[in-house]
Design a protein around this ligand. Structure first.
Ligand SMILES: C[S@@+](CC[C@H](N)C(=O)[O-])C[C@H]1O[C@@H](n2cnc3c(N)ncnc32)[C@H](O)[C@@H]1O
Length: 365
């Protein structure tokens, strides 16, 4: 998709690509940010961009040498691809994670407000640690996603919080006069039964309790001592791997997730011995025929988008990485109707358990 800015055409594409033509690489909330910034006289090297999923903002504003906060491996690839496509120089040195201190030269933050408001808090917390008192932040969101909680969070960090008029069904929130920095907790504790508690950074999937689909899968997990190499695919805080470790202490366990904060959380929860953590959005680093068992509560949405293409891609890769007769156990919402897709990939598909909401499949290679 092409965006015209200051007489230049920017071609921005999604990564991974989607067959669904209604899914776009940016929306009017991104454009509103550009429109606003255009009116300002910004200093070079003073800008930090948050939640720029495909790199629209990082590419259009590349002349200002912004730093970009990267939360997802797919986001990093999308920005890299789009910079290359548009012959822009966006060096890795301008990329930061959401747990790193930012340079204290930052004067302006640009945030596309994420669906997880805990992640929004984490962004503001990270920004508020920059020394500059003049710091101000421009946030954008689609009007239909507004909740009063957004204002409440912003007011925890800034004295002045102003909402703009709506433009193309989006709005801005301008935050000024940073309050003095105060430490806030950025990790939640999630309890599982009476004796297990897991930790997870703000913004990681299912922050209040173990996801009911995962809980259902745990109740029906079928792990054998013969499962020497096991993968928890789309591992989040690592709950599935944690349970597998308790059932099979000798196994070599791998956890893989696209979210940096998820992988960092799982490192807090699992003992490092014979456990491997992969911050990746696909399985390309694994050899074919490597795993005896793969388990997953796979993703079917990203932010506000519902899209099973990503999971279907992961299922195909799972098939490649499984040994012959290896097993893939996954849980899904009944309405997703994965059966028709996985039957095309695996030799045999069995239903292990189901209830009104969820279904567990075991797929054999
Ligand atoms: C439904 S959650 C399950 C998390 C965890 N297993 C649990 O039960 O709490 C799905 C996870 O998939 C991750 N994810 C999304 N896209 C991914 C991809 N392309 N590769 C790997 N993980 C992905 C998300 O970050 C999220 O942590």
């Amino acid at each position: 998709m092409v965006f015209k800015y200051k007489n230049e055409n920017y071609n921005i594409i999604r990564y991974p690509k989607s067959e669904n033509r209604s899914l776009k690489p940016w929306n009017s909330a991104d454009e509103y940010l550009i429109k606003y910034i255009d009116k300002m006289d910004l200093n070079i090297k003073s800008l930090a961009i948050f939640n720029d999923r495909f790199g629209f903002l990082s590419c259009i504003l590349s002349e200002l040498s912004p730093i970009t906060i990267i939360d997802h491996n797919s986001q990093q690839k999308a920005i890299f691809n789009n910079a290359k496509l548009n012959k822009l120089n966006i060096p890795n040195s301008q990329w930061y994670s959401s747990l790193e201190p930012l340079p204290n030269t930052i004067k302006t933050g640009i945030i596309k407000i994420p669906k997880s408001l805990e992640l929004f808090s984490l962004y503001l917390y990270q920004l508020s640690q920059c020394l500059d008192k003049e710091l101000f932040v421009i946030c954008s969101f689609m009007t239909r996603h507004f909740t009063p909680q957004i204002i409440k969070i912003a007011e925890e960090f800034f004295e002045q919080v102003e909402q703009s008029r709506a433009w193309k069904k989006s709005r801005l929130l301008i935050l000024k006069r940073k309050k003095s920095f105060k430490q806030i907790p950025i990790i939640n504790t999630v309890r599982f039964d009476d004796n297990i508690s897991l930790q997870q950074y703000f913004g990681v999937f299912s922050s209040k309790k173990i996801d009911p689909a995962s809980r259902f899968l745990i109740d029906h997990l079928n792990v054998s001592p013969k499962d020497r190499r096991v993968l928890d695919m789309a591992s989040g805080n690592g709950i599935l791997a944690y349970i597998i470790r308790s059932q099979n202490p000798e196994a070599e366990i791998h956890l893989l997730d696209n979210s940096f904060l998820a992988i960092e959380s799982s490192k807090l929860n699992l003992n490092k011995e014979n456990t491997y953590f992969h911050y990746k959005d696909n399985l390309e680093d694994f050899d074919s025929e490597y795993f005896d068992l793969v388990v997953s509560n796979p993703p079917f949405h990203f932010e506000y988008e519902i899209n099973i293409e990503i999971s279907l891609g992961l299922f195909k890769e799972t098939h490649r990485c499984l040994k012959t007769n290896g097993r893939f156990q996954l849980v899904a919402n009944q309405h997703l109707n994965y059966k028709v897709h996985i039957e095309k990939i695996f030799r045999e598909v069995k239903i292990i358990a189901e209830n009104v909401k969820f279904i567990i499949y075991e797929c054999i290679k």
